[in-house]
Design a protein around this ligand. Structure first.
Ligand SMILES: CC(C)(COP(=O)(O)OP(=O)(O)OC[C@H]1O[C@@H](n2cnc3c(N)ncnc32)[C@H](O)[C@@H]1OP(=O)(O)O)[C@@H](O)C(=O)NCCC(=O)NCCS
Length: 166
């Protein structure tokens, strides 16, 4: 039941559990130190998703101050968010939780007047690309050598966020 789930803004106390999922799902996981930097930036909004006390996943976005030139959207949109991370613990994937979490982030962003969301994803991450497509994202570009360490390009995907019904 959806009411068993709770969202909370990610804090220092969540770091160990978050990094443990991060290490379980990514080939190049973010470190605890990197998450700490993310949490310090007030334009970042990162949330945890828990069932009772069990951490199921986390995800977050950065609220941009300025529209990046490569985005094919007009400046009339109030705000743009960059989805910086999303992950669901492996044993809880494929149950609709990623969808719940990303929709929670969209609703939060819409309350902050965001009208557009974009993200980067590795071409090799077919599961995530399919997930984003199902969540309404379209491919809007490619950034060569974005993941420089592994010389891998990034697919850029974007979607308009529907207006918030208050
Ligand atoms: C991408 C990710 C966040 C998606 O999370 P998720 O919880 O598995 O997402 P959902 O369950 O909402 O949707 C995934 C699939 O499960 C299916 N699904 C949803 N509810 C379901 C259910 N009750 N029973 C069976 N399948 C279900 C969806 O239809 C979807 O199908 P698809 O594979 O055709 O897209 C997750 O795979 C993940 O953490 N991956 C590793 C980290 C990562 O790559 N992050 C993205 C970085 S760019």
């Amino acid at each position: 039941m959806q009411t068993d789930y709770s969202y909370a803004r990610m804090e220092e106390k969540d770091l160990k559990e978050v990094v443990s999922i991060e290490q379980g799902v990514f080939r190049h996981p973010w470190s605890e130190e990197f998450f700490r930097l993310i949490l310090k930036d007030h334009n970042n909004w990162v949330v945890t998703l828990r069932k009772k006390t069990t951490l199921l996943g986390y995800g977050g976005y950065h609220l941009l101050k300025k529209q990046p030139s490569f985005l094919p959207v007009t400046a009339s949109l109030d705000g743009i968010i960059h989805l910086i991370n999303i992950a669901i613990s492996p044993s809880f994937q494929h149950k609709g939780l990623g969808t719940l979490l990303i929709e929670h982030l969209f609703n939060n962003a819409k309350r902050r007047n965001a009208g557009y969301c974009y993200l980067e994803v590795r071409p090799s991450n077919a599961k995530a690309i399919r997930f984003y497509q199902r969540s309404g994202f379209f491919v809007i570009g490619l950034i060569e050598n974005y993941y420089a360490q592994e010389k891998e390009d990034a697919i850029v995907m974007g979607k308009r966020l529907p207006a918030l019904i208050r």
